[in-house]
Write a protein that binds this ligand. Sequence first.
Ligand SMILES: [Fe+2]
Length: 416
Amino acid sequence: MARKLSLAFIILMLLWGAYGLASGGLNLTGLVFEDSNSNGVLDMGEKPLPGVVVSDGEAVTTTDANGSYRIQTDMGRIVFVSAPGTHHAPENKFYTRTESLAKGKDKLDFPLTLNDDTVDNNEFTFVFVTDTHAAAIRNAPEGIRKAYGEVEKLNPAFVIHGGDVILDALKAADEDKVVAQYELYTRQLAPVIKQPFYHTIGNHDVFGWIGLPNPKRPTKLYGKKAYEKYLGPTHYSFNYKHCHFVVLDSIGRTKDPVDGSTYYGVVDKGQLEWLRKDLSQIKASTPVILVTHIPTVNALGSVYGLRGDVVSTPSGEKAPKHQIANFPELFGEVLGNHNLKLALAGHYHTYEAIHWKTNQADALLVVGGSICGEWWKGDRTIGPASWPEGFTVIQVDGEQFKPNYVSYGWKGTEEQ
Ligand SMILES: [Fe+2]
């Protein structure tokens, strides 16, 4: 009987293994720990970190008392650690693409570094930069070095980028030109900032939706894959001191991807499901900061004669192109029982801060100007209003968030 049972067990395990291989499944385990000597290995005397969230953008798990986690994921996904409020991943290595793991390797550790600011208070300063639109045009690389150099001088706790990192991949048909922009940005420009630097996907970071609307054979970098290759997951979270930051992908694809109406603002169902799980790991009182490229709610669309384009969603409904169409669901059902304090966005290259105060929320909704102004041609101008090239410095003191938009003194040029 015992022999029969053990035979059945072996067959079951073989079938499970075969299923895993066939489906690209990966049963990943690893450690999250404080890597005091920065050698990537948990040494004697180094501290494992319990209760840290690890996710692949769908499943969410936490480390046990030994800093150990286990996650069932798939090849092609990105696994990330949601940094605890006390630590960060050195060199922005908070994520790994499962494809980059050596064949047969099912171990992935996250060595973390203790934050510089270990003072036990609820005060810190961070910087929000957005719409850099990096490319070798005009004097853009010089402008970006200047902007990021000014950010670096402020020595913020960390920096968040609100998307449209590169000039444009959306209208591109030539993958080499897209790769050149991402390479320029990730190798030469982003490293100017030495602090932890978190990125968000923007509509111009998506490859080919307009330039190659319906390719017969999409390349490996088609759509959002280019962004994922160079900048990591399109939705994730991290913590700093008492605050929980959530970065989301707000770029949806319209029903008929033709004549420029290819994208619209939405947070898709998969992300909302992940977000519910992510938020279940924090207290209801924890201040939440939401980051998207396309704004949730903004005032600009209702002034200066701008009405905002309306597009058709995949289900045939009409939706605003330049605001998050399902923000009532996002703010209501998903974030409604949490302490949303700040929402940061880009997209318009303009600056505004709305105080969104309801019975359920008391939050500032900020659209954070742009690094590039009018795409490196000068100040962003709409009707009688204009905004300089700049970034937003945010001072946090407990539940108070004070954003301040500052120019870095760049003068754009009409020349190519
Ligand atoms: Fe932009």
